[in-house]
Design a protein around this ligand. Structure first.
Ligand code: FRU
Length: 491
């Protein structure tokens, strides 16, 4: 169904509550509702925003259009959790109700200061000719959870040299100052990140662009996030339109790693751009620190401008599970946050050898589980796992030991998604020993490869009764050791 502009910019506050409850009932009946991922009760979720630990809890907001599965008038929706596992819906946090954010409370971040949580976001506005003008805005959340916006934006429209694509501030504290990076498009239509500094979160000074080694890399950098980990500087961002050797990946989300950013010169020396996720549905990630100093990342499990099968049920997208980051060998590794072990229910264990065949150990089935499987003694030319298998359906993770690649194939996963961008994604692996940690939910799979060296994230839309889970080998033998835990509760 086509949504016209008037429908996409309809306000939640002016919508009949019966329409919302009718939509919520329709969404609740959808067979692809997730079991332990953050998902919207109605409408469309996109970027994670304002991820922070404050007052003994994690706060995680997200971009939300409540009225349907399209990108319309955006709100910030608020969720919170004591443990990164169990999340409580807290309702709308920020509404597009001021002249400086009238056409969408766009993405941003949060930082604690003076006993409050400050939310820095982009106020998207449009004039009568539908020309965009973005402002960078601030709100403060008190200890009691109440939220108040500042009277006026903290940063006006884009400075000269940039277009109206100027958004997604990520704020941090360093050496007595606050800094923020903002995603921007130069007037010559190339993307970059711009750095600001403040002493009090109210007055912001433009320092200038980050000087990276990528002066011409895509036409707009969305959702930048700068942080330091293990003495390295890391810049995550989504360079729209950047060319990668990965053909189907038209919405890259990745990072640069190098020496810490020099905030005086804005020099950032780094290596090659790397993808954060090798799968299909991952965008706009944001990180925060835990009280014990771990860096945690959450992403949007979806892509812009792509229709999904849940659209027909009145909702779209969810967030990824939180991932713990570490630096090893000059690159980022990502593992599921250790807190997620709390989700582990009934365990099934299997160890053995498969010789040219497929085996489904007892208890190996389901639609919500964690699977940890290690392969070794490989002489098969292909081996792997098939999940959510059923009548003509399967999602396959296959390691091809001849060309040392691991592939996630969703050709037969169920309802097709974005088929024009390819149904198979892959990464290089050492096939002599492969370790996979998978989280399967009703309509998604997240695969952590070799202790987090690579991650694949994918939405899948199988039939509810496609619950098979099997291990296979072709053209020889492979040994495996596998544990599977049912997951029954969560977000
Ligand atoms: C990324 C993005 C951001 C923007 C937000 C609007 O997905 O386009 O750049 O702030 O979504 O919802």
């Amino acid at each position: 169904m086509e949504w016209i502009k008037e429908e996409r910019y309809r306000r939640l506050e002016e919508t009949d509550p019966e329409e919302i409850s009718g939509l919520a009932a329709r969404v609740a009946r959808c067979p692809w509702r997730q079991g332990y991922h953050i998902q919207p009760k109605t409408g469309l979720l996109n970027d994670p925003n304002g991820f922070a630990f404050f007052q003994g809890e994690y706060h995680l907001f997200y971009q939300w259009f409540p009225l349907g599965p399209v990108h319309g008038l955006k709100y910030w929706y608020h969720t919170s959790s004591p443990d990164l596992v169990h999340w409580t819906n807290r309702g709308v946090a920020l509404r597009p109700d001021r002249n400086f954010d009238s056409h969408g409370v766009y993405s941003g971040s949060a930082i604690e200061h003076d006993g409050r949580l400050y939310l820095m976001y982009t106020g998207n506005t449009r004039d009568d000719n539908w020309e965009r003008l973005p402002y960078q805005c601030m709100a403060q959340m008190e200890k009691d959870g109440s939220i108040h916006k500042f009277q006026s934006p903290v940063i006006g429209g884009p400075p000269s040299g940039y277009t109206d694509h100027y958004r997604d501030p990520k704020v941090w504290h360093q050496d007595g100052f606050f800094y923020a990076v903002i995603g921007a498009q130069r007037s010559n239509l190339t993307g970059c990140a711009v750095l600001y500094r403040s002493i009090d979160l109210h007055k912001w000074e433009l320092l200038g662009e980050l000087r990276t080694g990528l002066p011409d890399f895509g036409y707009m950098w969305e959702c930048p996030d700068y942080f330091e980990l293990a003495g390295q500087g890391i810049l995550c961002f989504c360079p729209q339109g950047a060319r990668l050797d990965e053909p189907g990946n038209i919405y890259p989300a990745g990072y640069l790693i190098g020496e810490p950013l020099d905030v005086e010169t804005r020099d950032f020396r780094h290596g090659d751009f790397r993808l954060l996720d090798r799968g299909f549905d991952f965008y706009a990630p944001q990180t925060t620190l835990t009280p014990d100093g771990r860096r945690i990342l959450v992403g949007w499990m979806g892509l812009p401008d792509v229709p999904y099968p849940t659209d027909d049920h009145g909702w779209a997208h969810c967030l990824t599970l939180p991932r713990e980051l570490r630096v090893e060998g000059g690159r980022l590794y990502q593992l599921p946050a250790r807190e997620l072990q709390a989700l582990r229910g009934k365990e099934s264990f299997s160890i053995g050898k498969i010789s040219d065949g497929t085996y489904s150990p007892p208890g190996f089935s389901g639609s919500r589980y964690e699977l940890l499987i290690e392969f070794n003694n490989v002489d098969a030319f292909e081996f792997g796992v098939g999940l959510r298998t059923g009548e003509g359906e399967r999602t396959v993770l296959v390691c091809d030991s001849r060309d040392s690649r691991l592939m996630l194939d969703r050709t037969l996963s169920g309802r097709p998604i974005a088929a024009e961008y390819g149904m198979v994604r892959s990464c290089a692996v050492n096939p002599s020993a492969v370790k996979l940690q998978l989280f399967v939910d009703t309509s998604s799979v997240e695969v952590f490869v070799d202790d987090g060296r690579e991650v694949f994230t994918a939405r899948i839309f199988p039939d509810a009764d496609s619950m098979g889970l099997s291990i296979f080998a072709k053209g020889g033998e492979v040994s495996y050791r596998a544990s599977k835990w049912d997951i029954t509760s969560g977000a």
